[in-house]
Ligand binder design. Structure first.
Ligand SMILES: Nc1nc2c(ncn2[C@@H]2O[C@H](COP(=O)(O)OP(=O)(O)O)[C@@H](O)[C@H]2O)c(=O)[nH]1
Ligand SMILES: [Mg+2]
Length: 222
C-alpha cells in the first residue's frame, strides 16, 4: 500500500499564506505575537495584564482563537481594545488561512497584535500564521518537564513565560529545572517568571514588549 504524507503539503501551503499575512502586518507596522500554551495556562490572563499596562500608550488588537464560543473575546473587549474572534470549529490550532480571514476584517493600524491560539501545546506550534514570533506560556501546575515533552513549541518560541509563580509553594515545580529544560531545547529564549493573577513580573515583560514595538517600527521605516 502506498502511504501519502498530506501534512507536508498542508504545511507548505500554510507557510506561503503566512508569508502573505506577514506582508499585511508589515504594512500596518505591527508587532505580532502568537501566544501558545495549554488550556488554562493563563493565556487570556497574560493578555489582560499586557493590555491593561500598555493600552494607553499603544494601539492594540487581540485575535482570539477558540474552537467554539467568545468567552475570552468578551473578557478582553471589556478592557476597551479591539478584538477579533476566530472559531476553529474542528481544528486544534489557528492556521494562516484563518488568520487571513481575520486580517480581512482589520480596518486600522495597530502597534501590537496579540494572538491567543487555541489551548494546545502541540499543533499550534506547527502552523505559522504570519507572526513575528511565538510566545509560549507554561504554568507551574503543569510541571517543569513540559519543555522536554513538547519540544517543538519550546524550541520555536522566542519568548517563554512561566506563569502562576504565586502557586510555587503548593505545586511540584522547580523554576531552575524548568529553565534548564527550556535551555536544552532553546538556549537563546527570553524567559520571564510571572503571576498573571497578581500582576507580578509584568513590569519586565512590558518593558521588553515596548522595546520590541519600537524596534519593529524602526525596522519598517528603514
Ligand atoms: N493562581 C493563579 N491563577 C491564574 C494565574 N493566571 C491565570 N490563572 C487562572 O487560571 C485559570 C485559567 O486562566 P486563563 O487566562 O483563562 O487561561 P487560558 O485558558 O490559557 O486562556 C483562570 O481561573 C485564571 O484566573 C496565575 O498567575 N496564578
Ligand atoms: Mg483563554
Amino acid at each position: 500500500m502506498k502511504k501519502i504524507n498530506v501534512l507536508k503539503p498542508v504545511l507548505v501551503s500554510n507557510q506561503q499564506r503566512a508569508r502573505e499575512n506577514r506582508k499585511v502586518f508589515d504594512k500596518m507596522n505591527s508587532l505580532v505575537i502568537n501566544i501558545i500554551g495549554s488550556p488554562g495556562a493563563g493565556k487570556t490572563s497574560f493578555i489582560k495584564n499586557i493590555v491593561t499596562n500598555l493600552k494607553t500608550k499603544y494601539k492594540i488588537l487581540v485575535i482570539e482563537g477558540d474552537i467554539k464560543g467568545q468567552i475570552d473575546s468578551k473578557t478582553i473587549s471589556r478592557l476597551g481594545v479591539d478584538v477579533i474572534q476566530i472559531n476553529t470549529v474542528t481544528e486544534c490550532h489557528l492556521d494562516a488561512f484563518m488568520t487571513a480571514q481575520a486580517l480581512g476584517r482589520i480596518k486600522k493600524k495597530y502597534d501590537l497584535v496579540l494572538v491567543e491560539n487555541v489551548g494546545n501545546l502541540v499543533c499550534p506550534a506547527e502552523f505559522e500564521i504570519g507572526e513575528d514570533y511565538k510566545l509560549a506560556i507554561l504554568s507551574t501546575p503543569e510541571g517543569d518537564d513540559k519543555p522536554l515533552k513538547y519540544p517543538l513549541l519550546f524550541h520555536l518560541a522566542r519568548v517563554i513565560v512561566i506563569n502562576k509563580c504565586d502557586l510555587l509553594p503548593y505545586v511540584d515545580f522547580g523554576v531552575g529545572d524548568a529553565i534548564r529544560n527550556i535551555r536544552k531545547e532553546n538556549p537563546g529564549a527570553t524567559i520571564f517568571e510571572v503571576a498573571a493573577k497578581t500582576g507580578a513580573g509584568f513590569d519586565k515583560v512590558c518593558k521588553h514588549l515596548e522595546k520590541e514595538i519600537h524596534a519593529r517600527k524602526k525596522k519598517n521605516t528603514r
